[in-house]
Design a protein around this ligand. Structure first.
Ligand code: NAD
Ligand code: MG
Length: 348
């Protein structure tokens, strides 16, 4: 299944996304596969059986979000220098979103930018992180604060990798799929309501729809000056939840699921969504054992924490709300009292 991203109009770098069994990859250049020990242990031999290149190196970095940092970038860059990679060389990101973000960033700065390919192996990275060209890493000031827009040469999405994914990680990816369906595609959401994503055929179809949705949003606003920000639906609330729980209790996608539930309550309050629609979204989350509730101990503190998010620049927080199912509104003038009254519904 081939999805062509119509990025040509906005950047001179359109590329294709393949959602299917990994094809034979032949490259007449020096290549480094960057991965982590977990993904390598599970799937590297399969990838190697599919790849034929001029000269191949494997670079491993430690597994985990806490390693999405400058030290890992340095590990990657040093290896490239030691093996005399040049501007024609190529990187392959082989892993989840953490690997994808770092490899994309390393590729964007090595000798002012070299090509890279994304081979995402988690559901979240297949439907979200590998598409759209955002790359980056974390530092002590926060997450994803350093990075670049650097589009991959190609993205190969092979759902077969997901057979080894732990179910919570699977659910986290589902939350991001639901995010895209609710805000941009009513029919897709209705499909998700009845479909079982554990069925490989259904899963492949859902990945395709999610990727197409994300690709079309990115094609309209690559650098996130407008519409692309709508992909942060559920994230404004989700980031506060992650922050309050020190990133320990919930996976990102799980926090986003709760964040979507909260955003929907705000949308109900503002007359954008019906109670029934919010319930339908919640029911999809429940099918995949995603959390749908969070006890807010202090609504004032929760509200103040919105301002820590880099995406809300100054006094105004932009809330991304579903406008019914299949629509989205970005509002930056919602009264604090309105928001706090919704937060109070989630009181401890
Ligand atoms: P992750 O990369 O940490 O992967 C989650 C866990 O699953 C890791 O332990 C990983 O080693 C393991 N894993 C990977 N593939 C596996 C497989 N096939 N079987 C078993 N285990 C496997 O996390 P993620 O959820 O994939 O990605 C999250 C990251 O993506 C965050 O850093 C986030 O900022 C980033 N992200 C980026 C974008 C973007 O547009 N660039 C979008 C969304 C998220
Ligand atoms: Mg997200």
């Amino acid at each position: 299944m081939q999805v062509n991203i119509p990025l040509k109009q906005v950047i001179d770098n359109s590329y294709s996304i393949t959602i299917d069994q990994l094809p034979q990859i032949e490259l007449d250049t020096k290549v480094a596969i960057v991965t982590n020990p977990k993904v390598a242990g599970l799937h590297l031999s399969y990838l190697l059986s599919k790849i034929s290149v001029k000269e191949l190196y494997i670079i491993t970095v430690p597994d985990g979000e806490e390693y999405k940092n400058q030290a890992s970038i340095d590990t990657i860059l040093e290896s490239l220098f030691n093996h005399r990679f040049n501007r024609k060389s190529m990187l392959i990101a082989f892993g989840g979103g953490v690997i994808g973000d770092m490899v994309g960033y390393a590729a964007s700065i090595y000798q002012r930018g070299i090509d890279f390919i994304q081979i995402p192996t988690t559901l979240l990275s297949q439907v979200d992180a590998s598409v759209g060209g955002k790359t980056g890493m974390n530092n002590k000031y926060g997450k994803n604060l350093v990075g670049a827009f650097h589009q991959p040469k190609a993205v190969y999405i092979d759902p077969h990798f997901l057979t080894t994914l732990p179910s919570r990680e699977f659910g986290a990816g589902v939350a991001e799929i639901v995010k895209m369906a609710v805000t941009f595609n009513k029919e897709f959401f209705e499909y998700l309501e009845t479909a079982d994503l554990k069925d490989p055929k259904v899963l492949q179809e859902a990945i395709k729809q999610a990727v197409e949705t994300k690709a079309s949003v990115v094609a309209q606003d690559e650098k996130e000056r407008g519409l692309r920000a709508a992909l942060n639906y559920g994230h404004t609330f989700g980031h506060v939840i992650e922050n309050e729980t020190q990133y320990k209790t919930y996976l990102h996608g799980e926090a986003v699921a709760i964040g979507i539930i909260m955003a929907n309550q705000l949308a109900i309050k503002l007359g954008l969504m019906s109670e029934d629609e919010a319930l339908r979204v919640e029911n999809v989350f429940k099918k995949y054992n995603l959390p749908t509730n969070y006890a807010i101990s202090n609504t004032e503190t929760f509200y103040e924490t919105f301002f820590l998010d880099k995406k809300s620049s100054d006094a105004n927080i932009t809330f991304i709300l579903a406008d019914g199912i299949g629509g989205v509104k970005m509002l930056d003038d919602i009264a604090k009292e309105t928001v706090v009254s919704v937060l109070a519904q989630f009181g401890a």
